[in-house]
Design a protein around this ligand. Structure first.
Ligand SMILES: Cc1cc2nc3c(=O)[nH]c(=O)nc-3n(C[C@H](O)[C@H](O)[C@H](O)COP(=O)(O)O)c2cc1C
Length: 215
């Protein structure tokens, strides 16, 4: 089967992206509006960008009316009317239902912290609170927003942020900064309403050694 994306509808293209690019890590992004109201939402179009300096990205698509989701409104740079800061908390098993619940489309200014019962904790270098229950929080300053189709429904936006502070739960990493995946218990997103855990793992050496002795 060969498909030309231009012959597909936007929902079909979306379903292929979220069904094929799996599993996806989930950024549980907390932001604050310029007038001080906090917001929390999950974003699985999310990844690291580079470690010198430490950068990450997530992608809030345009809403059905072509407008910006609240997280983008808040995280975009002050020159564009936002606050220019956000916190990436991680999605983990202990509050997996709350992660999904925070995708509820509340009116701008109503907080998903109240909806989910998760606890806002003060950040150290940015104004948006972090999620106290999260074993990891990356405080970020927005560096750039790349817009692939401004104002159009489902157009993409890449928010690139520089990590300015890191919070880690006690015992999560060793002295060499190796993270214990069992303690982290991150969840990932599959297509539709499906998720996966990170409890089933295996190791493979890098390079030629991966192919075994005879390779
Ligand atoms: C696990 C999960 C991952 C999601 N990932 C994304 C994503 O990467 N991009 C996006 O635009 N919406 C994503 N959504 C939908 C948003 O979370 C949803 O539109 C939310 O209401 C946005 O909130 P906000 O307007 O407060 O930013 C995801 C939803 C869930 C449940």
């Amino acid at each position: 089967m060969h498909l030309d994306p231009s012959s597909l509808s936007t929902p079909e293209r979306y379903k292929l992206l979220i069904g094929c690019i799996v599993p996806r890590p989930i950024a549980f992004v907390s932001t604050i509006s310029p007038d001080g109201r906090s917001n929390l939402a999950p974003y699985s179009f999310f990844n690291g960008v580079g470690s010198n300096p430490m950068m990450l990205m997530f992608c809030p698509a345009n809403a059905a009316d072509g407008g910006e989701k609240d997280t983008l409104r808040n995280a975009k740079p002050p020159t564009a009317g936002g606050v220019g800061e956000f916190v990436v908390n991680l999605a983990v098993e202990s509050y997996q239902r709350e992660v999904a619940a925070a995708a509820e489309e509340l009116p701008f200014g109503e907080s998903e912290f109240e909806l989910t019962g998760l606890t806002p904790a003060p950040s150290t270098k940015v104004r948006p609170p972090r999620v106290a229950e999260s074993p990891v929080a990356f405080e970020c300053e927005t560096v750039q927003v790349v817009r692939t189709n401004p104002g159009e429904p489902a157009g993409g936006n890449v928010v690139i942020g520089r990590v300015v502070a890191i919070h880690l739960a006690e015992g999560l990493v060793n002295e060499r900064m190796h993270v214990d995946p069992e303690r982290l218990a991150a969840i990932g997103r599959m297509g539709g309403t499906s998720y996966c855990s990170t409890r089933d793992r295996f190791d493979i050496p890098r390079g030629r050694a991966a192919l075994g002795d005879d390779a």
